[in-house]
Design a protein around this ligand. Structure first.
Ligand code: MN
Length: 228
């Protein structure tokens, strides 16, 4: 039985940069040389999306407003790991012991602001951590879902596929990400980790219907609403 993300009080939302080889290449990075790096979104940027039937019927569908101050809002479909057990300097071998469950989410990005920040050597907060920047599906306890290297994560906009990858194409595994992150932060119950996006990121427009699927996990589905 899926647990509502609202029943999993969110403490922090950590995000990983450049986690899939093809996306690292499309963003101008070198997948063979770069260690994972991390940034955060505010916990209150999370929007728990209503169950899948709502998009087709448009009844009770989740609406994510198009944010202010951008003309390039982009989607990044990501597997989300929910942490249940505190820890720091966690070895890779025991990293999964700290996992409560999984969800899927969209690391919404104001790409034009991010490009400017990269160019100027400035922080990414305004590009990544804006209001409503983190739509999420419901969280499923790990014992209730099977995810393999060949499980596909896919993102559709208005029914057209934009992103698709096997989870096994991540440069670093979920265990390695948890281990790396826990060398920097004391992970605690309620932390979410967005594990990075595959290639195919692109602009969203007002009125677009976004749907992210990943194996047995409930889909993350929302409409892009009018600009705030
Ligand atoms: Mn991302």
């Amino acid at each position: 039985e899926a647990v509502l993300a609202t029943e999993f009080p969110i403490r922090r939302i950590y995000c990983v940069g450049r986690k899939y080889r093809a996306h690292t290449l499309e963003m101008g990075g070198n997948p063979d040389r770069e260690l994972p790096f991390f940034f955060q979104k505010p916990a209150d940027s999370a929007i728990v999306c209503n169950p899948s039937s709502s998009l087709s019927t448009k009844v009770n569908a989740t609406v994510v407003p198009y944010p202010m101050a951008t003309s390039s809002l982009q989607h990044e479909a990501e597997l989300v790991v929910a942490i249940a057990k505190d820890g720091s300097r966690i070895p890779t071998e025991s990293a999964l012991d700290h996992v409560y469950g999984y969800s899927i989410g969209c690391d919404l990005t104001r790409r034009d602001i991010q490009a400017e920040a990269k160019k100027m050597g400035r922080p990414w907060d305004a590009a990544k951590g804006f209001d409503s920047s983190c739509p999420l599906s419901h969280i499923v306890p790990k014992e209730d879902v099977t995810l393999n290297d060949d499980t596909e994560i896919q993102l559709y906009v208005n029914g057209t596929i934009r992103q698709s990858s096997e989870l096994g194409k991540m440069i670093y595994s979920t265990q390695e990400i948890i281990s790396h992150l826990s060398q920097l932060f004391h992970l605690q119950k309620g932390d979410l980790i967005m594990t990075g996006t595959p290639a195919g990121v692109s602009d969203l427009n007002v009125g677009d219907e976004v749907s992210i699927t990943c194996g047995e996990l409930p889909p993350c589905e929302f409409f892009v609403g009018a600009q705030v």
